[in-house]
Ligand binder design. Structure first.
Ligand code: FAD
Ligand code: FO1
Length: 453
């Protein structure tokens, strides 16, 4: 029996038995070949059944607020996978339209022996799977290929904060933070699946891709791996010192690759732990990469209201309600926020950085979201504006980290109460002067201005 994947990573979604037919890996969140537990499990099943291995990606023309830039980044990555899979005798196929209908028909047309998919806690991905499970005649497995510790193994409930989650992670990390087996060249072939027609795929999205390309991030699994190696070799050793200064390239810049699954967070953590960089920097990086990131999946997995004010802890909902009628010195509409037309040059620069490059500096994201709370009529308006803009413009948007980051900033999720003030109540406050005391605000504003010249 080929069992290269820890069974705690695998969740059977129905009680059907394996059948003699090709094994289908329905790829969605983890868009990579290397270090992908879902693909490894699909290959294990196909080796056991002595049948072909087929990867299918179901492309939806609209995924949350995803814009053309997000899609072109993703499609470039998928094209690279198609080419690389050919060399491994694994078929890559792309279907457009409603994922649940497409994957069901595909499994029936090709008499799939088993269906394997990767894990996402987001509502849209869970709805697709629930619709497939209803009528799928084949055995169906979900594999958490995104988290180092499978989301359902780390803890069986929503964690209150990083300090309650961290000990559970630390206890299980030795079990799961391992190296990976390799995907082997698949020994069983299949001929009757049509090639992907990428021109038609692009047309199905209805975008004009001539403007799409992003000059700041090169898409795809190879570029992701190279970006990881250069961060570990050249910048990890300054991480703790530089990560909160938007004028320094202190962050790794890897979130677009992690979001689209073009890079495995487990591989990144595994190599970070082996790096020579001083412990203060590696520990700080692993805290963000493992505890903070996997806490976001925990939040979205166990809280269905992860993108609504209802997900805020009680103390936060109460304090925000008490200050609902406080006078707001400034009120901006979603459009004014979107076009970076507030009175605050620092906030406008952060918005512009996101719109132009597809990635806002992590420190600025906190300031950016908290000011949206301060300058919106209600917390509900604020969370809707922040999610709309982040999901539309951020390459790493439409991600559990985004919903956790925005609800942390606006609604105290995973945070505690602070001293009370107008509008914010006891929600942690951030100010322009606070930013000025941390970094050279004018330098950041000028740098962003120069991007748009
Ligand atoms: P690095 O500092 O190099 O961190 C490396 C990795 O660790 C990140 O890629 C990410 O996977 C993880 N990480 C770091 N900080 C956090 C954090 N606070 N919470 C969870 N994981 C973290 N992250 C996204 O991936 N997508 C988003 O849409 C997103 N929206 C955010 C919105 C707000 C309002 C806030 C406050 C934070 C948001 N974050 C989001 C979290 C964090 O800001 C980004 O993960 C980080 O800036 C990504 O850049 P990096 O990879 O260079 O970060
Ligand atoms: N997943 C899919 O299975 N099909 C899609 O068409 C698709 C589009 C898409 C666009 C932007 C984006 O940021 C993510 C997208 N995803 C798509 C989902 C992604 O693969 C992840 O599953 C979630 O974003 C994270 O849980």
């Amino acid at each position: 029996m080929h069992a290269r994947v820890d069974e705690r990573r695998i969740r059977p979604l129905n009680d059907k038995t394996l059948a003699k037919g090709p094994v289908i890996y329905w790829m969605s969140r983890d868009q990579r070949i290397k270090d992908n537990w879902a693909l490894l499990h699909a290959q294990d099943l196909a080796l056991e059944l002595k049948t072909p291995l087929v990867t299918v990606f179901c492309l939806t023309p609209r995924y949350l607020q995803a814009s053309i830039r997000n899609y072109s980044f993703m499609l470039e990555g998928l094209k690279e996978i198609e080419t690389a899979m050919k060399k491994l005798n694994i078929i890559f196929h792309l279907l457009t339209g409603k994922p649940e209908e497409n994957i069901l028909r595909f499994c029936k047309d090709y008499k799939a022996g088993a269906l394997v998919t990767d894990f996402s806690p987001l509502r849209i991905n869970r709805r697709w799977k629930n619709n497939v499970v209803k009528t799928l005649p084949t055995s169906f497995f979900e594999v958490d290929a995104h988290n180092i510790i499978p989301c359902w193994s780390a803890t069986s409930k929503q964690e209150y904060a990083a300090y309650t989650f961290r000990p559970k992670v630390k206890k299980l990390l030795p079990d799961f933070l391992s190296d990976f087996p390799e995907i082997i060249k698949h020994p069983h072939s299949m001929k009757n699946i049509p090639e992907v027609n990428w021109t038609k795929v692009v047309e199905s999205l209805g975008f004009d891709f001539t403007t799409g390309g992003n000059r700041f991030f090169i898409p795809g699994e190879k570029a992701a791996y190279a970006a990881m190696q250069s961060f570990i070799e050249e910048r990890l050793a300054d991480y703790e010192a530089d990560r909160n200064d938007p004028n320094k390239k202190g962050q790794s810049g890897l979130s677009p690759y992690l979001h689209f699954g073009q890079l495995s967070a487990q591989r990144l953590a595994y190599l970070t732990r082996q790096a020579e960089a001083p412990g203060i920097h590696t520990e700080s990086y692993l805290e963000e990469l493992i505890v903070r990131r996997e806490l976001s999946d925990n939040f979205c997995f166990y809280n269905d209201n992860y993108d609504k004010v209802e997900s805020f802890p009680r103390w936060a909902r109460e304090t925000l309600a008490e200050h609902l009628d406080d006078p707001r010195e400034y009120i901006y509409s979603k459009d004014e926020f979107e076009s970076a037309e507030t009175h605050d040059h620092l906030w406008n620069a952060a918005q512009k950085e996101m719109v132009v490059t597809g990635k806002m500096h992590g420190y600025m994201r906190m300031y950016w979201a908290k000011k949206i709370l301060e300058w919106s009529e209600t917390p509900t308006d604020a969370i809707n504006t922040a999610i709309y803009l982040n999901d539309k413009y951020s390459l790493d948007g439409r991600d559990p980290n985004g919903y956790a980051g925005i609800t942390w900033s606006i609604g105290g999720v995973h945070d505690r109460a602070w001293f009370e003030r107008p509008v914010f109540g006891k929600i942690r406050f951030m100010s322009y002067n606070g930013s000025k005391s941390k970094f050279n605000v004018n330098q950041y504003i000028d740098t962003v201005e120069a991007l748009t010249d």
